[in-house]
Design a protein around this ligand. Structure first.
Ligand code: CUA
Length: 180
């Protein structure tokens, strides 16, 4: 029983048994397989975007997002009047995360290239684009920038996938892709 000290005090000097060394080898090899799968999947999977990360003050990020929204808002949605922003193709588009919303709603054109910026104004959030299963961690103080070209028209949900407190489950945003 574990509450008594082991009879043989120097138990770590025992020779390795065959099943043990087999398990250690299997676990080590499996770790390598998973490690290289991450690299392989970056190139062959379609969910891992190449992103750039830059330091940015949350206030500056908020200013840029608001400036874009002011310039390109085309209408509002829901009873909260969330702006739907339709930026010019080829430009920098911003979406911010904060307790507990993704702001604003972005409307992009299919087949056009954008520089998508993501950052948080407060805590860590997770950007999960549904149903395409694209995931990006979103931190305050850093912005993630991705060059994207939407290939499919429709409405995409943005779900927060990092637990961020009491309103986490309500933190849902939207990206609309229109066919032009
Ligand atoms: Cu934001 Cu969970």
């Amino acid at each position: 029983m574990a509450i008594f000290p082991p009879e043989n005090r120097v138990w770590w000097n025992e020779p390795l048994h065959r099943p043990e060394i087999i398990w250690i080898t299997v676990a080590f090899l499996w770790g390598l397989v998973m490690f290289f799968t991450m690299i392989y999947w970056h190139f062959s999977g379609q969910q891992n975007l190449s992103n750039e990360a830059y330091r940015i003050f949350p206030e500056v990020y908020a200013e840029r997002t608001e400036a874009m929204a002011e310039k390109y808002t085309v209408r509002t949605e829901t009873n909260l009047d969330i702006p739907v922003v339709h930026p010019k193709p080829g430009t920098d588009v911003y979406m911010l995360a904060r307790l507990w919303e993704w702001w604003p709603i972005l409307e992009l054109e299919k087949g056009q290239e954008y520089r998508l910026h993501l950052s948080s104004l407060d805590w860590q959030h997770g950007f999960s684009l549904q149903p395409t299963n694209i995931n990006v961690q979103v931190h305050p103080g850093y912005e993630m920038v991705m060059t994207i070209t939407p290939t499919q028209a429709g409405e995409f949900g943005v779900v927060c996938n990092e637990f961020c407190g009491i309103g986490h489950h309500t933190m849902v945003g939207k990206i609309i892709v229109v066919d032009k």
